[in-house]
Design a binder for this molecule. Structure first.
Ligand code: C5P
Length: 400
């Protein structure tokens, strides 16, 4: 996948800079041509001699060569690249990239680069969690840059938390997947439903559920990162879609989600129905706030909502893929098999509230995927971002 690809590797001043040597080796082994651009601080952590020997190219750090005064053109470099990878990326460089502070060769090259950009942050846990860093990363995401999330673990400070640069093999695998034509979602349109629905009782009250939308938003970001155009029909959640290829359509009720999904579905290649849709809504919605004093004891009559998944299953074309979710509390596989058939899904993602770290509101999930052929694949507990990648890999194989 990486054979003949031109990769700019940006290295910044972090302890993790030594891992850049492994990244270069792996990229070169896979046939890529690597041009290293290092910040002045980066050179304090790893020597250009090591990097040039591994990449078989002189390392660029300054705008001009000290030896002969020749100019290093960040513009030419930016145009040469098939991808730019910044690994490790410090909080400082991330801040400069997000705000156009082009005071070194790395950031000027970034601003000149038209190719996809991958950023692997590396910093202490509190620096990573700081709102400044998070806002800068969100800004970079909104430009379509790919953030390779740091892992949790022991940091250079000996503190333990999120901020460790992702391991070199995983970083290289991310690039490989990106360039793998069989794994791409380029030119594909995907509908994703996410979050809860709110079913109005009166102007101030509703029936809802605990869905946070995290799984659906992780799926939307992962599909967009693979090149898809995403239509994210979202119930009320506090999350934001970051990637510019995600069109978010905000709805409240199951009926609104149904209308929206039915409108969008005919024009997409696949739909992933991740939303926790309310099965029932109040038969009547009061225009005025219901008063305890005048109402006394009350009974709320509920009527069933339309099943969006089943409705899409009925109008599904032969070349469209429909993916559902099943969140169960018991007899999981039996219920999932039933839903798969009843809703005419191509595969169903099953998670159980019996598993620790799975389901509503968590940042992690533990899933199994059951397909139409009856194959059940179980996955270990992972972050919702990693789970999204597993689901999309399955989707991609189906879309071919
Ligand atoms: O039947 P149940 O709600 O457990 O099915 C879950 C799957 O069906 C999920 O993919 C969910 O998004 C979808 N669903 C739907 N419309 C409904 C109820 C569920 O699309 N009214």
């Amino acid at each position: 996948m990486l054979k003949g690809k031109h990769i700019i590797l940006g290295i910044t001043g972090s302890i993790a800079a030594y891992k850049a040597a492994y990244i270069i080796r792996a990229l070169v082994k896979k046939g890529a041509e690597v041009q290293v651009v290092i910040t002045p601080a980066g050179k304090e952590f790893i020597t250009p001699i090591t990097l040039s020997a591994l990449s078989s190219n002189p390392v660029i750090s300054e705008f001009f060569s000290n030896r002969d005064g020749s100019w290093h053109s960040h513009v030419d470099l930016g145009l040469w690249a098939d991808a730019m990878l910044i690994a490790p990326a410090t909080a400082s460089t991330i801040g400069k990239m997000a705000n156009g502070i082009a005071d070194n060769m790395l950031v000027t090259t970034y601003l000149s680069c038209k190719a996809p950009v991958f950023i692997a942050p590396a910093m202490d846990l509190d620096m990573f969690a700081h709102p400044t860093t998070q806002q800068n990363l969100d800004r970079l995401r909104s430009f379509g840059n790919h953030i390779i999330e740091p892992a949790e673990g022991e940091l250079a400070s000996h503190l333990v938390g999120k901020g460790r640069m992702e391991e070199p093999d995983k970083i290289v695998a991310t690039l490989e997947t990106f360039f793998d034509e069989s794994m791409t979602l380029k030119d594909k349109k995907i509908l994703i439903t996410a979050g809860p629905t709110y079913e109005k009782i009166d102007p101030v009250r509703f029936i809802g559920n605990y869905s946070s939308g995290k799984m659906g938003y992780a799926l939307a970001e992962a599909c967009a990162a693979r090149g898809a155009e995403v239509f994210l029909v979202s119930g009320p959640v506090s999350l934001q879609a970051k990637h510019p290829s995600i069109h978010r359509i905000s709805i409240e009720s199951a009926e609104e989600m149904y209308q929206c999904a039915m409108d969008v579905f005919p024009s997409v290649d696949a739909a992933i129905l991740c939303a926790a849709v309310a099965d029932y809504r109040p038969e009547m919605t009061s225009a005025e706030k219901i008063k305890r004093e005048s109402t006394g004891e009350m009974t709320l009559k509920l009527v069933p909502n339309k099943d969006i998944a089943a409705s899409l299953g009925q109008i599904k074309m032969a070349d469209q893929i429909l993916v559902g979710f099943a969140l169960e509390t018991s007899d999981e596989v039996h219920h999932a098999t039933d839903k798969l058939k009843r809703k005419n899904l191509d595969f169903i993602v099953l998670n159980s509230l019996r598993d620790q770290g799975a389901g509503f509101r968590c940042d992690t999930n533990k899933i199994s995927i059951l397909d139409q052929e009856g194959t059940l694949t179980e996955y270990p507990l992972k972050s919702k971002q990693e789970v999204a990648v597993d689901i999309i890999n399955k989707l991609v194989s189906r879309l071919k």
